[in-house]
Structure formats: structure tokens, C-alpha cells
Design a protein around this ligand. Structure first.
Ligand code: DC
Length: 218
């Protein structure tokens, strides 16, 4: 069974997807992290996002895979915090907009989830990557709520106004990509998580999945 989740930056989808994968015993696939890994490779090799043919050529050779413990490795190296560095943040939107890079990432996601139960999340998972997923969610939250959550994480040195501007900019980029833009799939369950705790969102999502599993006799 594939559980597909899309939503804008900061809507809480990674937290929910991780909790689901742990409780259901499903593989967790964070497609944003695969775009981040390719971006990290470019940063570490001094290649700018404008050098798209070089990035495409090298990305095809990278061995990016999910390990049984759920971690993402690149040529055998386990990736973690470095995926969220400011250098990666600065180039990942541009690199994830390259159509050939999107094909590579989609292939890695498909390979990882082949023949397995998985929870996959990103921006185009419900629309492009797994259009036939058994259950689809679009998680949303207001810009203000997402900024508040980001402030509470205390990981950014930006103030509230800067965080809001940054979220608005990311939303615009995500929604206007020529390929793989963030959209609400017609058959996705739309959930506005503003004002809800993670536990409340989780309870809603989990009950929908149990219901779908019963329907499918799984
Ligand atoms: O979810 P995130 O912020 O870690 O994603 C990193 C970047 O990758 C962000 O610019 C959005 C982009 N992305 C995408 O274009 N398609 C996806 N399926 C997932 C992420």
C-alpha cells in the first residue's frame, strides 16, 4: 500500500509521514531529501545550479538509496543534518525545478517503494509520482501558522517577518514549477492543519488509512 502525502513547506507532512511509517511499519520516503542530496553533491563539488547538464550527468551516476533503517545514503554515505544546511537551502529550489532531475528522483522513489508498503511525501507525490496511490493526503496550513511552527523550532535565526516572506517565496516557487508543481490532487483528502496539534492531525490521517486498508482488505 502506498500512502502519498503532499503539501507546502512547513505544513507538518514530514512529522506525520515519519510517525505513520513507524507505527505502520512502512518505508518512509522523503522526496525533498533526495533533491537535497543532489543539491548537497553540487554544493560540495562547487557546481552552481545553472550548470544543469553537469548536475544531470552526475546525478545519474549517484547511488542514492534508502537503507532498511530508513536513512538515505549517497554513494554509501549516510546523510542527515547536512541536507538542511543553508548552502543546500540556497540551491535546492532551482535544482529541483530541472525536469531531468525530477525524472531521476521519481525513479529513485519508485525503486525504493517497489513491492513494499511505503509512506512517501513531497510536492508532486499524489499527482505525478504515485497517481494511483491507495490513499492520498494534501496537508495544508496558513502561512502564519507555518511561520509560528518554524519560529518554535528555534532552528532559524530569521525573525517572524523574514520567515513569513521566506515561506511565501517558497510557496510561489513550489506552485509555479513548470514540471512537478505543488497541486491538490482531485482524489486527495485535504486537511488544513492550522490550529491542530500534531496528535490531532495524526489521528485524522491514521483513521483514514485504517478505513482505506479495510476497504482494500489489507
Ligand atoms: O520538502 P523540502 O523543503 O525538504 O524540499 C526541498 C526542495 O525540493 C523544495 O525546494 C521543494 C522541492 N521538492 C519538489 O520540488 N518536489 C518534491 N516532491 C519534494 C520537494
Amino acid at each position: 500500500m502506498i500512502v502519498a502525502i503532499d503539501g507546502p513547506a512547513g505544513c507538518g507532512k514530514s512529522t506525520i509521514a515519519r510517525m505513520l511509517s513507524q507505527n505502520l511499519g512502512f518505508l518512509y520516503v522523503n522526496s525533498g531529501n533526495i533533491y537535497r542530496a543532489i543539491s548537497l553533491w553540487a554544493v560540495e563539488h562547487g557546481i552552481s545550479p545553472e550548470q544543469s547538464s553537469k548536475i544531470i550527468e552526475e546525478a545519474r551516476k549517484l547511488d542514492l538509496r534508502y537503507q532498511p533503517d530508513g536513512s538515505l545514503t549517497m554513494n554509501g554515505r549516510k546523510l542527515d543534518k547536512e541536507l538542511r544546511s543553508s548552502e543546500v537551502d540556497a540551491v535546492v529550489s532551482q535544482i529541483s525545478a530541472i525536469p531531468e532531475i525530477r525524472e531521476i528522483v521519481n525513479m529513485i522513489v519508485h525503486e525504493s517503494a517497489k513491492g513494499r508498503d511505503a509512506v512517501a511525501e513531497g510536492r508532486d507525490i499524489t499527482t505525478v509520482v504515485f497517481p494511483n496511490a491507495e490513499v492520498k493526503f494534501y496537508l495544508d496550513a496558513s502561512v502564519e501558522e507555518r511561520a509560528r511552527r518554524r519560529l518554535n523550532e528555534h532552528v532559524s535565526n530569521q525573525n517572524a517577518d523574514e520567515i513569513i516572506k521566506n515561506i511565501q517565496m517558497r510557496d510561489k516557487i513550489d506552485k509555479s514549477k513548470p514540471v512537478g508543481a505543488l497541486k491538490i490532487a482531485e482524489d486527495a483528502i485535504y486537511l488544513d492543519t492550522s490550529g491542530l496539534t500534531i496528535e490531532q492531525v495524526y489521528a485524522k490521517v491514521y483513521s483514514k488509512i485504517l478505513y482505506t486498508r479495510e476497504e482494500h482488505g489489507q
